[in-house]
Ligand binder design. Structure first.
Ligand code: NAP
Length: 349
């Protein structure tokens, strides 16, 4: 059980990220001092929205330069912190070199951050932003779980650097974090394992893959049909709330699946269609799986990924987060609509 002193600064890595932005905002609104690491603290244009949030909140925001691939670069930012939120990790689907672009920053980055934690005597707790993909590699994996439902007890054992490399980057990083944590007893580790995060960004030009996925539902690229992908979704503001609760609830322990609803891409498109009608070219039917499989390489997807995901139900059990952290998940209708409206307002769809 760790009781975190709210007078002490709190570290957030990757503060410019979509998820991290809402965590920083929550901490500032609670009056905390946030040490925010960014790759380029001199890029004032990129950081302005966070500074504006800080200006209107009781808390204090300080930027520090740190790169996941640079050993020692988190030390200065971590000084005097009792709580560390490690969120920085690339979330992109299309990369040239999966080892260099995904696995190295996730894994080496996590090791570098936790090495700094081991060197920083003040740290009591680390909250790591992992992912539901550290539990489920492909939707078909759910068929091996009781009732087809994934819980925190399971691990993704099916991803690799060549198959679902983003998912692989998250599972190796989380496994490494637990290994490092086990070797000492000063600080405890809590992981947050969100499904696909949706909802408005604080910075409408964020690079998170979440924006690409939601954009493609309405930009016409799927107007003739959508692959039968099942996913879970959760609002970005709820993900931030769960991080906060995981940080400051002394009894918080282990992994927390963070997901509002088990759903799919077509049900999300149908929510938007109900709201916007024919104003956008939303898909209204599933594409036949053999066609998706055949055309996958043209869209930059591997056929193995299609075989193991399209048409297979993807389901997680979110009850631990509700029971232990008291989370009230927002209706997904609200999250997807507000995110899509933001993309529309910015001329992105
Ligand atoms: P995002 O907006 O792209 O944020 C990623 C952050 O990681 C950015 O701040 C980025 O910094 C930082 N980063 C990347 N490479 C770095 C490096 N070498 N050194 C330092 N910082 C680096 O993505 P996000 O969706 O908010 O994702 C944040 C976290 O949530 C990730 O751990 C992701 O795996 C996890 N997650 C996301 C989702 C989702 O659906 N969005 C779901 C589950 C888990 P720059 O601004 O400098 O590029």
């Amino acid at each position: 059980m760790r009781v975190i002193d709210k007078e002490k600064p709190v570290l957030v890595t990757g503060a410019t990220g979509y998820v991290a932005g809402w965590i920083v905002k929550k901490l500032l609104n609670e009056g905390l001092t946030v040490h925010a690491t960014v790759r380029d603290p001199h890029n004032t244009d990129k950081l302005k929205y966070l500074q504006n949030i800080a200006a209107q909140a009781p808390g204090t925001l300080k930027f520090f330069k740190a790169d996941l691939l640079e050993a020692g670069s988190f030390d200065e930012a971590m000084k005097d912190c009792e709580l560390v939120f490690h969120t920085a990790s690339p979330f992109i689907n299309k990369v040239k070199d999966p080892q260099r672009d995904l696995v190295d920053p996730a894994l080496i980055g996590t090791k570098n951050v936790l090495d700094a934690v081991n060197r920083t005597a003040s740290v009591q707790r680390v909250v790591l932003t992992s992912s539901s993909v550290a539990i489920i590699g492909d939707a078909i994996d759910c068929e091996s779980f009781p009732n087809g439902l994934a819980t925190e007890a399971y691990w993704n054992t099916t991803s690799s650097v060549t198959h679902q490399p983003y998912n692989y980057s998250k599972v190796v990083a989380e496994r490494a974090a637990w290994e490092i944590n086990k070797k000492q007893d000063r600080w405890d580790l809590v992981t947050i394992n969100p499904s696909l995060v949706i909802g408005p960004g604080l910075n409408a030009f964020a690079t998170s893959e979440s924006f690409n996925i939601v954009r493609q539902i309405g930009d016409g690229s799927m107007k003739f049909g959508i692959p039968e992908f099942y996913i879970g979704v959760v609002d970005v503001r709820d993900v931030a709330e769960v991080h906060f609760k995981a940080g400051f609830t002394p009894q918080a322990k282990g992994r927390y699946i963070t997901s509002a609803e088990n759903t799919g891409l077509l049900p999300l498109a149908n929510i938007l269609k109900k709201k916007y009608g024919t104003a956008y070219p939303f898909p209204s039917r599933y594409l036949p799986k053999p066609l998706v499989w055949l055309l996958a390489p043209l869209a930059g997807f591997k056929r193995k990924m299609i075989s193991r995901n399209v048409g297979h139900e993807w389901k997680v059990d979110n009850s631990k987060s509700i029971q232990e952290l008291g989370v009230h998940y927002r209706p997904i209708e609200e999250s997807i609509t507000e995110m899509f409206q933001q993309l529309a307002d910015n001329g992105i769809v």
